[in-house]
Design a binder for this molecule. Structure first.
Ligand code: HEC
Ligand code: HEC
Length: 242
């Protein structure tokens, strides 16, 4: 069944762009792994843009219920999120469905076979150029062998939203020295990093200033810029990094 083939759209409330945007970030963190980055379905979760439940939800009364209670026996976990976050997620899911419905027939998303359709050279050019990937990555450095570490959709997921990525932290010490590296440890008392030479440094939080930079954030921001073609080309290129 295709949803939305009849009847006026949307049937739901109007959501603010801010709610949709923050919902998108939350969706990436919590839901994209199963439902796909655009809610179009993933390895284990159904396509929410075609969901009848989403279609008939007005302002979260149905979606929110599923998110809060889960369907544990069917593989949908339960989320204990603040009410405001649930509202944002609802806004995002609706916006994705609207988008999908308004471009009927154009299905965003990837199948394993899609991963082979990109153009390696175009991917490389995007990586070094407009994608700005080369600002933080090197094909012969940190990303060397990435295609051996992750395959297929896992590689794509890792590219779109790196899991377990270490945050970066910059610490300014009392005497004005600035150090940065991978955040190793942070609680209310201690901040610790490992610098580019692999050396571990730690300080009492009260004695330094520190600024944490979550790497996934850069990826989330890039996310909106990729077209499907960019993703396919990047994937083709990354798959050459073995
Ligand atoms: C571990 C995988 C997983 C994660 C993470 C996950 N889901 Fe699900 N979700 C599922 C599965 C599987 C189903 C289908 C359950 C079923 O068959 O009834 C589902 C169903 C749903 C449904 C009902 C769709 C329908 O048509 O009945 C909604 C809405 C939903 N998920 C939203 C979310 C949201 C929002 C998040 C993030 C907060 C999320 N899911 C995270 C796996 C997941
Ligand atoms: C602002 C910096 C920044 C930009 C720009 C950036 N990334 Fe990342 N990326 C990171 C960080 C940091 C990680 C996490 C690395 C880690 O924890 O080892 C990461 C992780 C990854 C990973 C997973 C690597 C692994 O070994 O797990 C891939 C693949 C990746 N990025 C691809 C890309 C591509 C492709 C682009 C451009 C479209 C891009 N990144 C743009 C900072 C960036």
């Amino acid at each position: 069944m295709t949803v939305g083939s009849q009847g006026p759209l949307p049937v739901h409330e109007v959501f603010t762009p801010a709610a949709i945007e923050s919902g998108g970030t939350l969706f990436l963190q919590n839901c994209a792994f199963c439902h796909g980055k655009d809610a179009g379905g993933g390895e284990t979760g159904p396509d929410l843009t075609r969901s009848k439940l989403v279609r008939t939800d007005s302002k979260g009364e149905l979606i929110g219920e599923v998110v809060k209670n889960g369907r544990l026996e069917k593989g949908m976990p339960r989320f204990n999120l603040p009410e405001g976050d649930v509202t944002s997620l609802v806004a995002f899911v609706h916006s994705q469905q609207d988008k999908a419905l308004s471009q009927t027939g154009v299905r965003k998303g990837v199948d394993d076979s899609d991963l082979q359709t990109g153009d390696v050279n175009a991917g490389k050019a995007y990586f070094n150029g407009p994608g700005t990937c080369a600002k933080c990555h090197s094909a012969t450095g940190d990303l060397a062998g990435v295609a051996a570490r992750f395959q297929g959709l896992k590689l794509e997921e890792q590219m779109l939203y790196p899991r377990d990525a270490k945050s970066k932290v910059t610490v300014t010490t009392g005497d004005g020295k600035v150090l940065s590296g991978k955040l190793e440890y942070l609680d209310e008392f201690t901040v610790a990093l490992v610098d580019a030479d692999g050396i571990y440094h730690s300080w009492p939080v009260v004695q330094v200033r520190h600024k944490v930079d979550a790497p996934a954030k850069a990826h989330v921001e890039l996310f909106d810029k990729y077209t499907d073609a960019d993703i396919h080309n990047l994937m083709a290129y990354l798959q050459t990094l073995r």
